[in-house]
Unconditional design. Sequence first.
Length: 409
Amino acid sequence: MFNKKEIKLIREKFPILKKYINGYKLIYFDNSSTTQKPKILIDKIKEYYYNYNSNIYRYNNYLSVKSTMYVDECRKIIKQLINANSIKEIIFTKSTTESINLISVCLNYFKKNEIIISQLEHHSNIIPWQILCKRKKLKLKILKINKKYNISLNNLKSKLTKETKIVSLTHISNVFGTILPIKKIVEIIKNYNKDILIVLDCAQSIAHIPINVQELKVDFLVFSSHKVYGPTGLGILYCKKEILNKLIPYQYGGGMIKKVRYKRNIYDKYNKKLEAGTLNIESIYSFMYVIKYLKKIKIYNINIYENKLINYLKKLLLKNKNIILYGKNNIYSSSILSFNIKNINNNDIGLLLNNYGIQVRIGNQCAEPLMKYLRLNGGTIRVSLGIYNNKKEINKFYFYLNKIINKLK
């Protein structure tokens, strides 16, 4: 657990937090969209271009050897972060979205196959499967949520059939912060059919709770570095080594090839066959140092601290009868809260909060089918916290939110 002094030191490492908007100090409560960046990330991007800029896996000059070494070192650190078996199971993409698209394209499917997702999914874990099902004439099944904004395990059991090929689920809802019981879900699926493949979207969990793929026993895991205080343009795809051999390449060209002939090509094995073209090397290099920093302060400590903050915020919001708080009784939640104000337009709330330098997310939260199901036509107001947020910011947010509500009522 962090104390005030430690949080102050953490905040000092994020230069943007010194920024003022409209004369008010920035309060950044939109960490689910993207996290702010520590100085070490900014410095390491510059350091890469000053000292190591070169393409990788060429091995014929000093700069290429150094860049390659750092890319492999980053794979090793990510492997340790999620407790994968091998660096060959770590694939670099440009985003969580691309990683899910890659999985949807690279597997072999049969006409009767079924794909299962839930109502809690982000658009990025809906649309690729929709397109796949239309193209391959597969069936897409949707797991409904219960009153606690979690999925029903009984509903999951009823959806599984001998034709189920993939179950692709979020780990933490980007709307409600609901943490899905992934271990129970995996157990149910694998007991039904061990060959069903499980994709876990960890975009909203990787920066907040410890992730262990050996314990979760999923087949694929995806996340983006920009939601873990890292750079944009870099996604991580974990795939079990034994499954990697069954995947066909996603794209073709340099970097994923062993031999090229006009009639027959030989592709690289494991992760590299899915990494066509030049990778986002400077992002990989700089992200490595961000992970090292996070490991020093321990993900477990982050989880405890953020839970304390979100529960404090929840208690404040419950004091105001004009605030409709979703998932208020859900004990299995992360550092995300969604709410609405009775009879007040969300966009007005967002614009007026911005006047005080407070950044929140307004709208359907990239979960439009979920909003439609819940009849939340204007979406929600979302607050999502990060490691650098504190009680002082929450108190200011609550003060100005009340001021805005009283003004608009």
